[in-house]
Design a protein around this ligand. Sequence first.
Ligand SMILES: Cc1ncc(COP(=O)(O)OP(=O)(O)O)c(N)n1
Ligand SMILES: Cc1nc(C(=O)O)sc1CCOP(=O)(O)O
Ligand SMILES: [Mg+2]
Length: 210
Amino acid sequence: MTNKTINGLYAITDPALTPDERLLPAVEAALFGGARLLQYRDKTASADQRRRRASQLRALCHEYDALFIVNDDPALAAEVGADGVHIGQSDGGIATARALLGDNRIIGVTCHGDLRLARQAADAGADYLAMGRFFASRTKPQAPPADIASLKQACDEFPLPVVAIGGVNADNAPLLIQAGAASVAVIEALFGHSDPADIEAAARRISDLF
Ligand SMILES: Cc1ncc(COP(=O)(O)OP(=O)(O)O)c(N)n1
Ligand SMILES: Cc1nc(C(=O)O)sc1CCOP(=O)(O)O
Ligand SMILES: [Mg+2]
């Protein structure tokens, strides 16, 4: 059974920053630096490539006792035995994901900065709420902005872990953690580095904030 504890650094892969040949060493460096969750997020690879990479990443995460989450695709998450899935507002509902994954897997849901979406997700059985984007993001510049007041309110109102995302780095993460975020999700501040030693150092700086 999956231990659903959502806490600490949540690393997310990116096909441009973590291309195939760098994916496993980059992710291993983030895990070695303390990442507690890893999300495979890739909207460009073929179905076969996604299946193969997801299986490899699941095995690697479990070597480090970290949770492995698949973005967007509950069927792939179920197929490779991931610990869970992350879904956005246009990725199919929580009920569909739950039917595929069962009660012991994690379902995380994007709620932007909108407490109404957070309430809906909590009522529908989400395991964590993701809020953002809190800072400028080169990875997803068009993500709707969210403010720290809405993060604080969500952390106070819902008995669920809240993950903060969007332009997060070691310098601004303390603001989110002080507001109550259980976890911060990070792409560029980790995987924007090409040297695994730099990825590990960046992961450790953020992990040590928790
Ligand atoms: C932890 C986390 N939070 C938010 C997102 C964004 O999900 P979504 O809105 O579905 O956008 P895409 O990532 O699919 O572009 C996420 N993936 N992870
Ligand atoms: C995938 C994603 N979703 C966001 C949201 O606000 O929902 S922001 C974002 C990109 C996060 O990457 P970086 O750490 O490089 O800014
Ligand atoms: Mg999505």
